[in-house]
Design a protein around this ligand. Structure first.
Ligand code: ATP
Ligand code: MG
Length: 435
């Protein structure tokens, strides 16, 4: 039997939670006025080399690269920012009148990683990118957007970690200080870190192997190397978070793994009891030079990306399962000749917006009632020869247990009347649907 590929998964029984997440994304994005953008799942490999960076873990070890039939070097997107920036430049979105331009995306990303809990080879991200302002307000808004999304999903026990790398001058000064600090310990670091030391020393702080290494624990702090204007930018972001009542922790070891970050970097972590080591559900930061380096006009930008699988695990572990959508009507046909009337009734109810279902297997009434219960149907509508002859149907309200006879052409109005007096269902929050 053919099986799914390692590191991929099928979504079926958790779809109600996926839909809750997608609804929260849409609702919160509207509150913050971010517009959806959809970009291709594959791009020229060069895009990721020029943005994420040659020496990043993603590009050096994790991308799915292939030659297409025309001989082009293609990569399945490992992250969303590069594609959005490419689209921003290619479509001249910088010329749009509304400023700053704010976008969000949801979709699959692909990384060839060792699969484990919270780490897949095809995984989904919800990300945001805001272009056109270097002011700290945009950094703070992006963090507020991410937190408001989690609040909409009722997820608690999370911490926002923030740090700043500053711009070129600060980064260069910090890089030199970090290298000087690491040099005497270089031999004792993992082989990846020995390479990082030469290519991109900041990433040593991001290492998953050497986390407890003494040299990393005592490493200099990026904040101590910020130029005065960069320090002011960071202080302003912090003051804005305070003003918006968003709790945060300053995390001196936070650098983030991609080349393009400048100034603010942040991550949102949930309680490790919920997720274990893979407990970072969101990462983001400012990237003021990426647009220009991909051929656009100099445009500061800031964004984030959530890993949706980790978010789902955290929600489930916190007891926040998705809501099942209600089924209002289950139509039970008693015999062969009633089936076409049942279909006609369902069609007319569905056309008016009521959810309906029926059995398609000619089962006994008892079996049909059992099915209706599996589907959490609020009403069972019974149709047989006698009902058709008298143009009335039997309706059983599964919540109250009441049964009543209703003329066929009053089924819709009767059900609507019943629903309007019902209180919201505790499980799904919808009017009158039984749980
Ligand atoms: P990590 O340090 O866990 O490898 P990362 O820094 O590589 O994460 P980003 O590129 O910042 O991750 O992506 C943003 C978010 O996407 C992460 O915080 C995480 O929630 C999620 N994510 C990253 N890689 C994976 C993966 N392979 N499977 C599932 N989710 C992932
Ligand atoms: Mg990674």
């Amino acid at each position: 039997m053919l099986q799914k590929m390692k590191g991929t998964y099928d979504l079926h029984d958790t779809m109600p939670l996926v839909h809750d997440i997608e609804r929260a994304i849409q609702a919160v994005s509207r509150l913050f006025q971010y517009q959806e953008i959809r970009t291709p799942h594959f791009e020229l490999s060069e895009l990721y080399h020029r943005s994420v960076g040659e020496s990043s873990d993603i590009v050096s070890k994790e991308t799915y690269d292939f030659k297409d039939r025309g001989g082009r070097a293609v990569t399945l997107r490992p992250e969303g920012t590069a594609g959005v920036v490419r689209a921003y430049v290619e479509n001249k979105l910088y010329a749009e009148p509304i400023k700053p331009q704010k976008y969000y995306y949801v979709g699959s990303m692909f990384r060839y990683e060792r699969p484990q809990k919270g780490r897949f080879r095809e995984f989904r991200q919800f990300g945001a990118e805001a272009f056109g302002s270097e002011h700290p307000e945009l950094d703070a808004e992006v963090i507020a957007y991410a937190i408001t999304f989690l609040r909409a999903l009722k997820l608690k026990n999370l911490t926002v970690h923030v740090n700043s790398l500053g711009d070129a001058t600060s980064k260069t000064a910090y890089r030199a200080a970090l290298k000087a600090h690491i040099a005497p310990h270089l031999e004792t670091l993992c082989t990846d870190c020995q390479t990082r030391y030469h290519d991109n020393p900041l990433r040593i702080l991001d290492c998953k192997v050497d986390t407890r290494h003494e040299a990393l624990q005592t490493a200099p702090k990026p904040l101590d190397y910020l130029t005065e204007p960069d320090r002011q930018h960071f202080d302003a972001v912090i003051a804005l978070l305070k003003a918006m009542d968003i709790a945060y922790t300053i995390d001196n070891s936070l650098v983030r793994g991609l080349d393009y970050y400048t100034h603010t970097v942040f991550e949102i972590k949930v309680d490790p009891d919920l997720l274990g080591n893979q407990n970072t559900i969101c990462g983001g930061g400012r990237y003021n030079h990426l647009v220009e380096s991909l051929g656009g006009p100099s445009t500061p930008a800031v964004g984030f990306a959530f890993g949706l699988e980790r978010l789902m695990v955290a929600l489930e572990a916190a007891g926040l399962q998705g809501k099942v959508q209600p089924l209002y009507c289950y139509v039970a046909a008693l015999d062969e000749s009633s089936v076409k009337y049942a279909m006609a009734l369902m069609q007319s109810l569905r056309m008016r917006g009521l959810t309906c279902n029926m059995g398609f297997e000619r089962k006994s009434l008892k079996a049909q009632f059992k099915q209706s219960a599996h589907q959490h149907a609020r009403f069972v509508i019974i149709l047989g020869e006698a009902e058709i002859a008298s143009k009335t149907v039997q309706i059983k309200d599964q919540t109250s247990g009441d049964s009543f006879s209703v003329p066929l052409d009053e089924v819709y109005s009767t059900i609507m009347a019943q629903l309007s007096t019902a209180s919201d269902c505790e499980t799904c929050g919808h009017k009158g649907a039984s749980s």
